[in-house]
Design a protein around this ligand. Sequence first.
Ligand code: NAP
Length: 320
Amino acid sequence: MPTPQHRIGSGFGARSTAADVLHGIDLSGKLAIVTGGYSGIGLETTRALAGAGAQVVVPARRRATAEEALAGVHGVEMDELDLADLDSVREFAERFLAGGRSIDIVINNAGIMACPETRVGPGWEAQFATNHLGHFALVNRLWPAIVPGGARVVSVSSGGHGITGIRWDDMQFDNGYDKWQAYGQAKTANVLFAVQLDLLGRDAGVRSFSLRPGAIITALQRHLPKEEMIGLGWIDESGNAIDRSFKTPEQGAATQVWAATSPQLDGMGGVYCEDCDIAEIATSDNGLGVHTYAIDPDQAARLWTRSAELTGVDAFAVAT
Ligand SMILES: NC(=O)c1ccc[n+]([C@@H]2O[C@H](COP(=O)([O-])OP(=O)(O)OC[C@H]3O[C@@H](n4cnc5c(N)ncnc54)[C@H](OP(=O)(O)O)[C@@H]3O)[C@@H](O)[C@H]2O)c1
């Protein structure tokens, strides 16, 4: 039975923090992998999970930076991973699997936004490749270690998924690049990935979620000119957030931590969350709720097949 895409009345909200949603939850003995868990909301996610007793693996493309950001946080270990490089993804997964440990939580948090046109691997558009294909390959490669009967895989999407669905006729922007269309497609892919992974993993008791963390000033905005952010009404001339809907990083981390750990979601999956609850279907373009194309099962299955073809990885492929 698919989980209805409706609020459940969790009692948490936009101002809840990662610490709030973890209150009373003991993650001792659990292992979590948090991509990008050393910057922005990922850093707060790592701190919160480790604070609740989890062992947290943070694979980083800048390991020294990760070690500096997480110095003194008990229960955290670093490794190397560049999601834009499928060899790096394979090597990280092989190192992890060789250790023989099990995974209770994967949070696909790392991401880039609205960068200038960048090509990676065999010429793939970098936002789609990093935010979606890298995580697709990572989770499929780690699948043998993901614990049946209780593990969760959480993919951090964005209200930006409302910009566009999957551009089937020009997924890699060969016919002209638009930095926001590329971000929107990548974030829609994060939602569709969670839909299909939940379908595939449900019988094994591995559930998947996606989410909108809210708007948070982090390094994610590094590619946006200051004038563009002022124009969007996000910051003032001094660079301070002026949009009062902006969250702190601790609040921004809350929904992914909630999706990864809350007993309120036991037996559920495949849904898009926001503000520490399951989201409603979007009724406008104001960034709230989930657009139906992003949770469409046919689109999700089609994207899975295409991603498996592109990356050459599929943990669920039926041997022929
Ligand atoms: N901030 C917001 O308002 C907002 C809103 C909606 C959704 N989100 C989503 O939230 C997630 C986290 O964003 P954030 O705001 O915390 O941004 P952030 O501070 O820039 O953190 C992003 C992390 O991803 C890592 N990363 C980027 N490219 C990578 C690659 N090729 N391989 C491995 N790691 C890579 C970064 O590593 P480096 O530090 O080494 O670059 C960084 O640690 C993203 O998926 C973003 O789309 C954020």
